[in-house]
Ligand binder design. Sequence first.
Ligand SMILES: Nc1ncnc2c1ncn2[C@@H]1O[C@H](COP(=O)(O)OP(=O)(O)OP(=O)(O)O)[C@@H](O)[C@H]1O
Ligand SMILES: [Mg+2]
Length: 416
Amino acid sequence: MRQGNNLGGLLARQRMDAGWSQEELADRSGVSVRTVRNIETGAVQSPRNSSLSLVVAAFQEAGLFEAEYVLRDFTDRNGTERSAALSGRPAGVSTSNGVRPGDGHDWLVGRKNDISRTCDSLHRGRWTTLVGPGGVGKTKLAFAVADRVRSQFAGGVSIVRLGETSEDHDETAIRHAVCAALPAEESRGEGSAAMRRLVVIDNIEHLQTPAVRACQRLLAEFPDLWILITSRHAVAAAGVKTVEVRPLSAVDAEQLFLYRAQAACSDLDLTGRGSAVTEICRKLDGMPFALEVAALRLRSLSIDTLLEAPVRQIVTQPSVAGLPHQRTLVESVTWSYGMLGEEERRLLHWLSASLEAFTIKDLLGRPDREAVADDVPHLVDIISDLVDRSMLQVGRGSEYRYSMLGHIREVIGMLQ
Ligand SMILES: Nc1ncnc2c1ncn2[C@@H]1O[C@H](COP(=O)(O)OP(=O)(O)OP(=O)(O)O)[C@@H](O)[C@H]1O
Ligand SMILES: [Mg+2]
C-alpha cells in the first residue's frame, strides 16, 4: 500500500520528513516508542485519543504545521471519536471537508522562490494574497508558507477554508468565521505584540468583496493579526501584497508528474521515457492539477496513448477528491467562468478560438475584434479584468504578452 494512505503510513512519513527517529518522536510527545512503532506498523489502528493528541502536539510544538494539519485532518475524516479528542486544542486548525489528498499529505515539489517571496511579503506587510488560476497550487503553497513561518507567530497559525461557503455570505459572516478560528483572547482584541498570529484564508474568489471588507476590518481591529489569502482573483485593496502563483517550471512539473505516476501505479516503469514525460508536462503547461489527473491515467493508459490524447480527454477526468469545483479541470474552469460577466465571457470565447499569445497591439490590429468589443478602452479593461481573474496569463516584457493556459482554452471551447 502507498505509504500515507493509513494513519501509520501518514505518521511515518511526517516523522521522517521531520527528520525524527521513532525514539525522538516518542521523546518529544511523551508516548512510548512501542506506541509509535505500533501505530506506524498498523499493529494498533485505533490508538487511544490521548496518545494521538500527544503525537499531534509534538508536531505542533515543533512548528511543523503541515504535519500537524495532515494528522488532524486524517483523524477528522476517519473517526469522530478521535476527531473529538484532537479538535479541542486552542491553537488548532479548522478543518473542513473537501481537502484534496495532495493538500498536505505529501511533499511540495519546487516552489522555493515562491515560498521565499511569500515569506518576504509577510515580513513587509500584514496582508498577502496568493493569486493564480484554479489548480495551480495556491493552497499547497499557502500551507507550506504557514509551515515555514509558524515559529514567528507566537499566537499561532489558523486556517479558514471558504471554498465551500455559499456566495451569500456577507462581511459579518466571514468576519465571524475568521474570529472563530482565532484563539479566544485574540478575538476579544486582547492580543499582545508578542502574540502575533497568522490566519490563512483559503479560497475567497467567490466572496471577494465581503471577504476583502472583512479582512480590512479585522486588520484594523487586531494589530497583531497577519493575513495570508488564496484567491483566483487579485485583490485590489490598499496595503495588500500580491504574490502571483504560476504553473511549475518544466523540471518541477516532471518531478510532480513522475511522483504522482509512481503513487498511482507503483510498478510503472518510465525509464527511458523522459522525452514523453517532458512533452506531456509541456502540453499541460506545468499545471499541477492537470499533471495529477494525467498521472492517474497512467494506471489504465500507456504514456504514448496519453501523449496522443487531446487535452480535452484529460480535462474531463476526475481528480482524487476536492471541493465540487475541484473535481475535474472542467469544473474548476467552469467555476471561474461562472464568476465572469457577459462581455468577459464573450471575449474569452473569441480569444480561445482566434488568438494564441498576443499583445494589445495584436488585438487592436484584428479587424474582427469589433464583434466582441468595439470601444478600445473598454476592450483593454476587459483584458485587464481577465488577467486579474487569472483567466489570462501575462508575460511582462517591455510589451505585455497575454496567453491562455491550454486547459482553460480547451474548457472555454467546450462551454460554447
Ligand atoms: N508544488 C506542488 N507539489 C506537489 N503537489 C502540488 C504542488 N502544487 C499543487 N499541487 C497539487 O495540485 C493540486 C492543486 O493544487 P491546489 O489545490 O493547491 O490548487 P489551488 O491553486 O489552490 O486551486 P483552487 O483555485 O481550485 O483552490 C493539489 O492536489 C495539490 O496538492
Ligand atoms: Mg485552493
